[in-house]
Ligand binder design. Structure first.
Ligand code: CTP
Length: 403
């Protein structure tokens, strides 16, 4: 059996934390394993994301014993799953999960745990791809041995993503998004049969499924910030998971370019790539999108339908001023970049004269104030009033009789 040199592959701190776990496992006789993405990434010599340990038995019981014997910074339990997150004294974070068996009552539903503390073999069956089902033993009798119950090592060598059974995408459609995420991140491709099953699913996608899990994967996928993620998402028709069609001619490159044209918050990158998917469709019923995201999509619908025409800087300002900044960026991507750029250039323009200045000029407080202030702003945006004096001159010239 192949052994994995964890000492060489892991940082000193992670190896230290894992060694502590191995000592406790030997003392209490509970078997533990490294499973999932960490094993895949160790074998590929990729940067490690999370450290996940599967406890053959009860993760809580194991972590309680661990917490008695060693100094930890913090321990948090999730009773429903059941899992535990431990921060070790050297700062390393490890997630512990009990082996579990899951069933899907209906295709697309969230899974229901039917048994915890099952065998490792049973636990592996609930996973997504063979390359994510590899295991490294942390137990004395077969220490650091690679356990490969699904032929994942072969797929890893061939850079293939293969699901474990035919109904996998029906059980959990988020796996198709995960597939694209891993394909893009690791430079892998879908194995033929897996690709066929995905295509079959997308020809006849489940309707009205809860999209929470899918959308979590969407955030991960599009946060990669690769233009190719969007292009492949469209080419593979993965938008059909959401029950929508996408026919716009925009590409991942167009969207990526927006990051050079405008200042975009890092947390909005996934929104930049994802929200255009709904440009022509109703937002699906069971989505987890926030009010803000829905509003941006409504704005896209509005300007694609009405194609507003702007006669000057002021009308651009008025149209976008109460909309999310991403809506203006999408206008730039879909319709007219020059207009969007103008908006961002002028967006923070403010007039300098105040209500007190107008009182000093002899105006009586009332509706006339906002009328004048809007007129000054319009003049400033369209013809450029340089300072407060020019603003006052404009007021004196245009409102001589209204005092
Ligand atoms: N998993 C799964 N199906 C899902 C989500 C997760 O089978 N829909 C399993 C996989 O075995 C995966 C493990 O749970 O490897 C851990 O999940 P996650 O942390 O999301 O995946 P990683 O492979 O660790 O991904 P990343 O490298 O992006 O953290």
């Amino acid at each position: 059996m192949k052994k994995v040199n964890l000492r060489e592959k892991l940082s000193t701190e992670v190896f230290e934390a894992i060694s502590e776990c191995m000592k406790i496992s030997e003392i209490c006789g509970i078997k533990i394993y490294l499973v999932g993405g960490i094993v895949r990434d160790i074998l590929l010599s990729k940067r490690l994301h999370d450290v996940d340990i599967t406890v053959e038995g009860n993760a809580k019981e194991f972590v309680e014993i661990l917490d008695c014997y060693i100094k930890t910074k913090s321990v948090k339990y999730n009773e429903t799953l059941p899992t535990a997150k431990v921060v070790f004294s050297n700062g390393v974070e490890i997630d512990f999960a009990s082996t579990r068996q899951e069933v899907y009552d209906n295709f697309g539903d969230l899974p229901r745990i039917v048994k915890t503390g099952c065998s490792l073999e049973e636990d592996i069956k609930r996973r997504d791809f063979t390359v994510n089902s590899l295991i490294v033993s942390l137990n004395k009798e077969n220490l650091f041995e690679l356990i490969d119950l699904t032929n994942g090592l072969e797929d890893l060598k061939n850079k293939k993503l293969r699901i474990l059974h035919k109904k996998s995408f029906l059980d959990d459609p988020s796996r198709m998004i995960r597939g694209l995420k891993f394909a893009q991140r690791l430079n892998f491709t879908l194995e033929e049969e897996t690709k066929k099953l995905q295509e079959e699913y997308l020809k006849n996608p489940l309707e009205n499924i809860p999209l929470k899990r899918v959308e979590k994967e969407i955030v991960d996928l599009f946060s990669l910030n690769f233009a190719s993620c969007f292009d492949e998402f469209v080419a593979q028709k993965l938008y059909k998971i959401f029950g929508v069609d996408f026919t716009e001619k925009i590409t991942g490159f167009d969207l990526k370019m927006a990051l050079f044209d405008y200042k975009i918050d890092e947390n909005d990158i996934w929104r930049l790539y994802f929200l255009p998917v709904f440009s022509k469709s109703e937002i699906p019923p069971k989505t987890n999108l926030t009010v803000r995201e829905k509003k941006i999509v409504e704005n896209i619908h509005e300007f694609l339908k009405n194609k507003p025409i702007f006669e000057d800087n002021f009308s651009i300002f008025e149209y976008f001023k109460d909309k999310d900044y991403l809506s203006a960026i999408f206008y730039g991507i879909f319709i007219n970049k020059k207009i969007a750029k103008k908006y961002f250039k002028n967006k923070n323009t403010k007039i300098e004269i105040t209500g007190n200045d107008l009182i000093n000029e002899g105006f009586e407080q009332g509706r006339i104030f906002s009328e004048i202030q809007t007129a000054v702003l319009k003049e400033k945006l369209n013809n450029g009033l340089k300072n407060k004096n020019e603003e006052l001159d404009f007021v004196r010239k245009n409102y001589p009789n209204k005092r």
